[in-house]
Design a protein around this ligand. Sequence first.
Ligand code: AGP
Length: 572
Amino acid sequence: MCGIVGYTGEDDITTALGRGLEKLEYRGYDSAGVALAESGGLRVIRSVGRVAKLEEKLRGVVTDARCGIGHTRWATHGSPTEINCHPHLSFGRRFAVVHNGVIENCRKLRELCEDRGISPVSDTDSELIAHLLELFFDGDVISAVRRTAEMLEGSFAVAALHAGEPDVIYAFRRSSPLIIGVSPGRCGVASDGCAAEGDTLLLGDGQYARISPAGARVWENGKRVSPGRISGFAVGSHGTAGYAHYMMKEIAEQPGAAARTIESLSRRRLSGSLAFIGCGSSYNAALSVLPLAEHSARRGASAFTAGEFLLTEKLSGRGRTAVAISQSGETADTVAAAREAAARGWSLLAVANVPRSSLTRVCRRCALTQAGPEISVATTKGFTSQVAALAAMLARGALRDEVRRLPAAIEKALAAEADAETAAELFAPDKAAFFIGRRADVGAALEGALKLREITYIPAIGLAAGELKHGSIALIEEGTPVVLVHTDPALKDKTLLTAATVKARGGRVIAVTHDDEVAAAADLALRIPDVPHLISPAVSVVPMQLLAYHAALRLARDIDKPRNLAKSVTVE
Ligand code: AGP
């Protein structure tokens, strides 16, 4: 949630900050702002809405600043108004601050400020950080930074300007990532590798830095340290490469992403007693591979949403492995669940797309997916790479060869686009839609429903097909679209019965299948190649992604940045 950027150097400052904010906008986009270190003092320019609106505001700005910080926000403390928007100034305007994360003791800190006669103007926890910096400032900013960081409980990545040093950015962090970019004569800071330029250094947990055009100096507990250099960070691949949206570009990138992932994990094995943990699509990926895990390990496996895992009775993990799945590696619930699992004695494996993310630092063992940067808020290649990664590590015997064929099958599934576009006409915002399937198809169906919900705002319900008749069928009326995923030949009779039951009530069946008979029983078929049921979700999900995309396009939705959402949910 939220993106931080900072720049100091010779480039035009508003252009440099705008460039970074555009790249980070997918992290949060309800308001944005910058602070510029001008010779006459700190100047803050903010606006509600997208980065483009801020850039419009910045266009006519005349400034002598060569250093600044910027922020794009996804509101947690306080609504998305200009007052709550970052950067926040301290009471004496000597410090400006941008912040990612959540300050858990903000009520106590607010009282502390009020006791000193400071009246915070916003509803945010972030503003308090600026006030603390000024309160603790006695001529040495680094010691004010250190004292401020010590006062904060919770997670934070902070970039700050001090009015007395117009070419310096101060940065400090705990639990939220912050990356320093160093190039000759210019330096920067960013909360995400995609916006870091030059050589990238990861500011460690509890470290703080002074960044100037000459380079970065980093401290920890009062001592100078060298920050870790990041290699293999997923930088680049920005821009939509001619596609109308990142989502479509990322859908098209899926065969390559799956191929790289499978190749890189071809020698890894995942076995034993397993519990998969994730949120949203990553949880759906867990559900998608549960039958495969049970089949391969010949014992039960379980899947938890990370939030629920945290609430379970203290399940002992002795002899068991918790597989924490996250595209971003920054989802707060998943990171917290992984920490909790470690504390309960589970052995841990992270399946993440972003190396050097919070999750990969918590888990000793990692299996990285190779999807490359994913920008669209709705995940596509992130999901299929997760399923491909887990399938590569779980499959045994002949299934392993089938896993290697997944990228080609995903490529073929992309051919369903024209039919998906036709099927999209059956969906409307005031009409519920269903996505159903059995066994491994449940995970795929839930993911299909989530895709449609998040980018079209159509109430889409994902269910195990057998559950339909236990209540939800009451919603089916003339024209209700029901996407029926069928990939397991052994379940064909059940699938045909479900299709008939839906049609008898006026529902329109859209089958996602390789099977001719099931396709013929449906009103419309989205054909996929025949792949073994246990690994099929990586393929069957593709037509549903295309369906969601075209339905959103018809409704003129903001496809890459749906309302109320952010790419990674870094608050619990
Ligand atoms: C998927 O399209 C969503 N944007 C969301 O459910 C996402 O999968 C979830 O927030 C988990 O993210 P992660 O994989 O980065 O942990």
